[in-house]
Design a protein around this ligand. Structure first.
Ligand SMILES: Cc1cc2nc3c(=O)[nH]c(=O)nc-3n(C[C@H](O)[C@H](O)[C@H](O)COP(=O)(O)OP(=O)(O)OC[C@H]3O[C@@H](n4cnc5c(N)ncnc54)[C@H](O)[C@@H]3O)c2cc1C
Length: 469
């Protein structure tokens, strides 16, 4: 067994958007017994512990200032893959990229994926990520058959919807605050082609934007909207909707070919010449209010004719991976994302108010994304029967305080409209806001489970301290 000590590895870590930083003692366990060893060390030294996957949360979910961070990216083996049943057993550090590249050539695709393939399964379960098909298949947790985890008490447990069900529904969505996943068994989704059929149509304003999503979602497997948050007046909330379906058996004349990795890989060059790895540098000069307005206006004009096309799974799902390190184009202050989830009845009014406020403050979001959702049974759920709107904001030394103030005003609007927040994204949510949207009863339930799993309060993160006080 490797012995972990505190005399090394005190390193500065940041969030995905490089806008938040914290220094921690960082260890890379390769086996479950090394996680247990870290818990013992924490108990002895009075430090707290946070699990970290790929560090792709937009906020402080996997930061732990002054404490221990367990970087789980070396626990990254696919333990078993059954191509007949589509069932995979994997270690928590396996990325979605590893997962789909293992299963797709056999005709299976992960049931739920985030907008980047670089996240780990452990991180995806802890946040209970949603995809562009949330309204249809729920979050990733609904596709987990069982998981093994190690608790801070040293106990190793197995949870499924039937076995230790209370922990199953709380650890998935539980932000790594009850225990650490050590292996995950999950059901993949059968596919009959490596391509998806995408129907693209423009929407002129927020009312049309949300109506088109609501009316069309039932007929599609996936639906997602791009929202131009730099447009005001009658164009407020305009954008483009992509409504997408799987191909049925027989629709693709050569499924083996389209499902092969060669046909799924995102190209590394633009127009076959320009390396994408440096594209973010050229995006930098446009990352200001005027530059983004011009780019968005061009994008909206180009989106006006409705059209239908076929696209690989990887290209459709992982659009944000098309430009590697796109977050660096936001400059030294980085970016934060604000994602709110609103009931379908109150979304339009609340987002109208928020989008208008951001324009009035001179702080428009540079990227807006909408999705359709349905509620789920997980304890710290972020989903509602409605929509989500994710807004990316550039952070600078000059705008940090004003931005924070505006996002607090957003919180008030969202809470008054009966909305919820997502702990993998927002960085402003306070413990008061958390109590308002989760409800005192849910928080009490979570704290009771925490006491049972983690009596010495070893598991804590910057996010946990922020939202649970
Ligand atoms: C470009 C981009 C697009 C995104 N798109 C989406 C999207 O479409 N839908 C969506 O839902 N989210 C999305 N996200 C958010 C992302 O999916 C989540 O933040 C996810 O949790 C990140 O996984 P990670 O492996 O990077 O985990 P980290 O960010 O490292 O950690 C996230 C949480 O998981 C905990 N954790 C990590 N590993 C374990 C473990 N083994 N056991 C217990 N707890 C653990 C951490 O303590 C932390 O609380 C996106 C993020 C980016 C950067």
């Amino acid at each position: 067994m490797t012995t972990i000590t505190l005399d090394q590895n005190f390193v500065s870590l940041d969030n995905f958007g490089h806008s938040m930083r914290a220094s921690s003692f960082t260890f890379k366990p390769t086996r479950a017994d090394e996680i247990e060893e870290a818990f013992q060390l924490a108990k002895k030294t009075g430090l707290t512990v946070t699990a970290r996957g790929a560090g792709r949360s937009y906020n402080d979910a996997s930061l732990n200032g002054g404490g221990i961070v367990l970087d789980l990216t070396s626990m990254n083996h696919i333990i078993k893959w059954d191509p007949a049943k589509g069932v995979v057993i994997a270690e928590p550090g396996v990325t979605l990229q590893q997962l789909w590249q293992t299963t797709e050539p056999d005709g299976w695709w992960p049931p739920v994926v985030s907008g980047t393939m670089l996240t780990t399964l452990g991180g995806c379960l802890a946040a209970n990520v949603h995809g562009k098909n949330n309204f249809k298949v729920g979050p990733i947790g609904e596709h987990v058959i069982e998981f093994n985890a190690i608790l801070p008490t040293g106990a190793e447990i197995t949870c499924s919807p039937k076995k230790n069900a209370d922990l199953f529904y709380a650890m998935i969505s539980g932000l790594g605050m009850l225990g650490i996943f050590t292996s995950i068994t999950m059901q993949m989704n059968r596919i009959y082609s490596g391509l998806l059929e995408v129907h693209a149509r423009p929407v002129r304003d927020l009312h049309e934007h949300l109506s088109v999503i609501l009316e069309n979602a039932p007929a599609y497997d996936y639906i997602v909207g791009w929202l131009d948050a730099t447009a005001g007046g009658r164009g407020l909330g305009r954008g483009q909707i992509h409504a997408t379906n799987y191909l049925h058996e027989g629709d693709d004349p050569d499924p083996q070919k389209t499902m092969s990795l060669k046909n799924q890989m995102l190209p590394s060059r633009i127009f076959g010449v320009f390396p994408k790895s440096i594209l973010y540098i050229f995006m930098g000069p446009f990352m200001n209010n005027l530059g983004v307005w011009a780019v968005n206006t061009g994008k909206y004009m180009a989106s006006l004719p409705r059209h239908t096309f076929r696209e690989s799974h990887a290209a459709f799902h992982f659009l944000l991976d098309y430009v590697p390190n796109f977050e660096l184009s936001y400059g030294r202050g980085g970016l934060i994302e604000y994602q709110s989830f609103l009931p379908k009845e109150s979304a339009e009014a609340a987002w109208t108010e928020m989008l208008r406020l951001s324009l009035k403050c001179g702080l428009p979001s540079y990227l807006g994304v909408t999705k359709r959702h349905r509620p789920d049974k997980f304890l710290l759920t972020h989903a509602v029967d409605g929509f989500s709107l994710a807004l990316d904001f550039k952070v600078t030394n000059g705008n940090r305080a004003k931005l924070s103030q505006m996002l607090q005003e957003f919180d008030r609007i969202v809470l008054d409209a009966g909305g919820r927040f997502y702990f993998a994204k927002n960085s402003e949510t306070t413990s008061e806001s958390t109590t308002r949207f989760l409800g005192a009863e849910t928080i009490e339930k979570f704290k009771k489970l925490k006491k049972r799993c983690d009596p010495n309060e070893l598991l804590e993160s910057n996010l946990y301290r922020r939202v649970f006080g």
